[in-house]
Design a protein around this ligand. Structure first.
Ligand code: BES
Ligand code: MN
Ligand code: ZN
Length: 500
């Protein structure tokens, strides 16, 4: 998407349409819109026509330079609000632009209509929302939609805003290439996104500076990733394990470790999921997709940080070789696990990956996983579960997540629940004796056994990764949840500032 900014008046826009934010009793915008638009606008705003609700968008045509030009009036909040309000407006606008087949437009900046403004987060939010809203997945549609948004031109009277956009435009594009990649990977049907295909795609898409090492079943066995091997055993699509290294700060030893759950399809295994619970289980690799996209984004933005990411890839399916409830398997760490429920497979593969992640002495280990239905029951579809063994991390993460509109809510790691995963036969079991009560917490407590008390953050994204209920910003289907959150969190707290 071409994002540009001009300090000119809107009348001279050469784009298909002009978007103008207004609110009731707004002061004349003449300096930015030009006299002709401003006069007509004020007539409209004073008239009964302007009785539409805040955040509604209306359109009409205006004759400009002897041509009819489409004008969208966006009823903006009266005062600058949080960025996510403008993200939602942007996403809404994207749907309208799509159905109106508009491919280029100019928009008067929101900041220009406010007397008091904190920052430029309104324009940024609106553009982010547009990017989310423009996304569509049509790989398997034989008829493709030819109309996609090509150009956004921000019109402003503020030199500072122009500088901000000129500086940020490329980054926004890179961010959304990667958000969209995560969405594509997750939306892809499970017969087109097997562990092998994910691994090959990860190698193919890796930019300069990002090293992807692929372990196939032999590598998995050689490195004793026995839980990954066990979960993948039932499928003809053999498991893979990815080790991804981005050394953006080679002078430093310090590094961040990321882990993403990559179950390319989760049938539940022998504890087979019922009809109604299995249909969307291609999305059980959304954590892997988010982690991969976030590292790729960090590499493309050349963040001054070292990141090691680990992605176990398996298909959890029934088969003659598949694991049984009651099987005991020794994990990579040596701790033994009694597999009491083959549908609690995510924590098994993550256990081995988390253990490997501790080996580089990381500053923090962050995992993202579509781990439990219990988390969705607790927090609904728009909010991920956040678990951490360090109090200060939850505050840091929550602050970033407010900015990116990827909502998280901290859930507890109660010690009194930990006995739920004690096993009679092995060191622990993967299914709690509490059954489904507090299952997100028990899953997290299970993972905690493998992080060796390193600072650790676990995101349960079972609800947020895939949306049936339309989200005001992310819409439906794969959301790309976590890509921006991981990226901005790492950028804010683990990056050395670049000298240049
Ligand atoms: N992949 C599922 C969790 C899930 C559920 C993701 C709904 C997205 C939407 C996970 O592997 C699973 O099956 N979890 C079980 C755990 C249970 C057996 C303890 C669950 O949540 O029911
Ligand atoms: Mn499962
Ligand atoms: Zn799963």
């Amino acid at each position: 998407m071409k994002i540009s900014c001009r300090r000119k008046i809107a009348i001279h826009s050469r784009k298909d349409a002009i978007l103008i934010p207004v609110y009731k009793n707004i002061k004349p915008l003449r300096l930015i819109t030009g006299k002709k638009i401003d006069d007509e606008l004020h007539e409209i705003i004073q008239s009964d026509y302007f009785n539409f609700e805040e955040k509604e968008i209306k359109s009409f045509y205006m004759e400009l330079n002897r041509k009819l030009k489409k004008i969208y009036l966006i009823h903006a909040p009266k005062e600058q609000e949080a960025a996510r309000q403008y993200m939602a407006l942007g996403a809404k606008m994207a749907h309208i632009l799509k159905s109106d087949k508009i491919t280029t437009f100019s928009i008067i900046s929101f900041e220009d209509i406010y007397n008091e403004k904190r920052d430029f987060s309104s324009t940024q939010g609106f553009i982010e929302g547009l990017m989310f809203g423009m996304y569509g997945y049509d790989r398997f549609k034989t008829k493709k939609d030819a109309h996609t948004l090509m150009e956004i031109e921000v019109i402003t009277g503020m030199l500072k805003l122009k500088r901000f956009i000129d500086e940020k435009a490329e980054e926004w594009n890179t961010v959304f290439e990667n958000v969209n990649l995560a969405r594509d990977l997750t939306n892809t049907p499970p017969n087109y996104m097997t562990p092998e295909i994910f691994a090959k795609t990860a190698v193919k898409e890796a930019p300069e500076g990002m090293k992807v090492t692929v372990w196939d079943i032999r590598g998995i066995r050689e490195n004793s990733l026995n839980l990954v091997e066990a979960v993948g055993r039932g499928s003809a699509n053999k498991p893979y394990f990815l080790k991804i290294e981005y050394a953006g700060n080679p002078a430093s030893e310090s590094n961040v470790a990321l882990v993403g759950k990559g179950v390319t399809f989760d049938s539940g295994g022998s504890n087979l999921k019922p009809t109604g619970s299995m249909e969307d289980m291609k999305t059980d690799m959304a954590g892997a997709a988010a982690v991969y996209a976030a590292v790729k984004l960090a590499a493309e933005m050349k963040l001054k940080v070292n990141i090691n990411a680990y992605i176990p890839l398996v298909e959890n399916i029934i088969g003659g070789d598949a694991i049984r409830p009651g099987d005991v398997v020794a994990s990579a760490s040596g701790k033994t696990v009694e597999i009491m429920n083959t549908d609690a497979e995510g924590r098994l593969i993550l256990a081995d990956a988390l253990y490997i992640a501790t080996k580089t002495d990381p500053e923090v280990i962050i995992d993202a996983a579509t781990l439990t239905g219990g988390c969705v029951v607790a927090l609904g579809p728009f909010c991920a579960g956040l678990f951490t063994n360090r109090k200060f991390l939850s505050k840091q993460v929550s602050d970033i997540s407010d900015e990116t509109a990827e909502d998280v809510w901290e859930l507890p790691l109660f010690e009194d629940y930990a006995k739920g995963i004690n096993s009679k036969t092995a060191d622990m079991q993967n299914m709690s004796t509490f059954k489904r009560e507090g299952s997100a917490i028990h899953a997290a407590l299970f993972l905690r056994q493998f992080v060796d008390n390193y600072p650790w953050i676990h995101f349960d994204i079972a609800g947020t990764a895939w949306l049936d209920t339309p989200h005001p910003i992310f819409g439906t289907g794969a959301s790309g949840f976590g890509v921006r959150l991981l990226y901005r969190f790492i950028e804010a707290h683990y990056c050395e500032r670049s000298d240049d």
